[in-house]
Design a protein around this ligand. Structure first.
Ligand code: GLY
Length: 375
């Protein structure tokens, strides 16, 4: 079936002059030329991708650009988190300049969160800022990292510590791309889908409980619905608070715990980002329950759902040694959201009722994080 005949839905990120559309649906990579053409000042783009994604999707993107008479240069970077580095940023920035990218040209990020974050950051600094479009090929990037303009790289001090806010001009989330995604990566992205239900939409959580099996089995309609709902939730939050002065911090539910656990496991395949978020969200519910804020049956539902999905949901699910509670709390202190040495936590009053707090009860936190052996 061609993409033309299939169902594409559009979510608008309302940011005035910098607003943009997220198109969600099957066959979008093969139609990219049609969507990109109206954004171009001249008929050329620079494509940034990685080795894995290039194999699956670059030929279809290139063919669509050719069909629309759009010239394209391509750079294929190594796949993996270590590509979000100063070294690759330098390489990419110099390559973009060598290809003659001008102000007003468009750079296209074809790939997952690593490629999107790195490309967006490079686009934000090349000639003091050129436009870019996101073609996210993983579930995680379709529902989170490609939307909202956070770009950046990791430094030796931690994840995403150097970066810029730079909004894309367009996002094309091709649901067919998920068919080539390994299940572990799909589930890592699913943790971010679930996050939207847990933050503010109990009905969506109920829907996810009812539709998890269909989503995992590859049901196109269920997957599209989940992605559109996620993008709508994220678009609304980004429109309300683009630079994370307040409500956008809610999107970090599970992330302060999750980033610390990713750091503790060396940002390795022991625990990929979405898995860290999954454990982090479960810990946020446990912590909130112990603080007497959240009914324990909601925390139990979250744990059960993560388990059913096949995601880790406790410290005991993480392979290999972990630092003790003090060590984990020290790693949490590396978080970008630390203000005056205080951690920002996203806690919950129940499913769909997340809130932001700077008051962490260290004793309860330490007890919770010290329970791995007992778990
Ligand atoms: N991933 C969190 C945010 O975009 O704010």
């Amino acid at each position: 079936m061609t993409g033309e005949a299939r169902d594409v839905r559009t979510v608008r990120v309302e940011l005035g002059e910098r607003g943009y559309d997220i198109h969600v649906g099957p066959g979008l990579i093969a139609q990219a030329g049609k969507y990109l053409e109206p954004l171009l000042r001249r008929a050329r783009v620079a494509i940034v991708t990685d080795e894995t994604v290039a194999k699956h999707h670059l030929p279809a993107l290139a063919a669509s650009l050719d069909e629309h008479g759009i010239a394209h240069d391509e750079i294929v970077l190594p796949a993996g988190e270590s590509t979000k580095s100063f070294a690759q940023l330098e390489k990419l920035t110099e390559w973009l300049l060598e290809t003659g990218v001008e102000r007003g040209d468009l750079v296209v990020a074809l790939g997952g969160g690593v490629i999107g974050d790195l490309t967006g950051f490079a686009a934000s600094i090349v000639r003091r800022g050129v436009d870019f479009a996101q073609i996210p090929t993983t579930l995680l990037s379709q529902v989170d990292s490609s939307v909202g303009g956070k770009t950046g790289i990791n430094t030796k001090q931690g994840k995403n510590l150097a970066g810029a806010f730079h909004q894309p001009r367009l996002v094309l989330a091709d649901t067919d791309a998920l068919k080539t995604l390994p299940m572990r990566d799909f589930l890592a992205g699913y943790a971010e889908v679930l996050k939207y239900g847990l933050i503010s939409d109990r009905d969506f959580f109920d829907w996810l409980e009812a539709n998890l099996d269909a989503i995992k089995a590859g049901d196109d309609a269920a997957r599209s619905y989940a992605i559109v709902k996620s993008c709508e939730a994220k678009a609304a939050i980004v429109a309300a608070d683009e630079r994370e002065s307040n409500v956008r911090a809610l999107l970090n539910l599970g992330h302060t715990f999750g980033h610390a656990l990713e750091a503790a496991t060396g940002f390795s395949s022991k625990l990929v980002h979405g898995e860290g978020v999954a454990v982090g969200m479960a810990l946020a519910f446990d912590y909130s329950t112990r603080l007497g804020l959240c009914p324990s049956q909601d925390a139990v539902r979250v744990h059960r759902h993560l388990e059913r999905a096949g995601l880790p949901c406790s410290l005991a699910d993480i392979p290999g040694p972990l630092p003790d509670a003090d060590g984990l709390i020290a790693l949490m202190g590396q978080d970008k959201k630390v203000v005056d040495g205080k951690l920002t936590f996203i806690l919950v009053r129940g499913i769909g009722e997340a809130f932001i707090t700077r008051d962490a009860d260290r004793g309860t936190l330490k007890a919770l994080l010290g329970e791995r052996e007992a778990a």
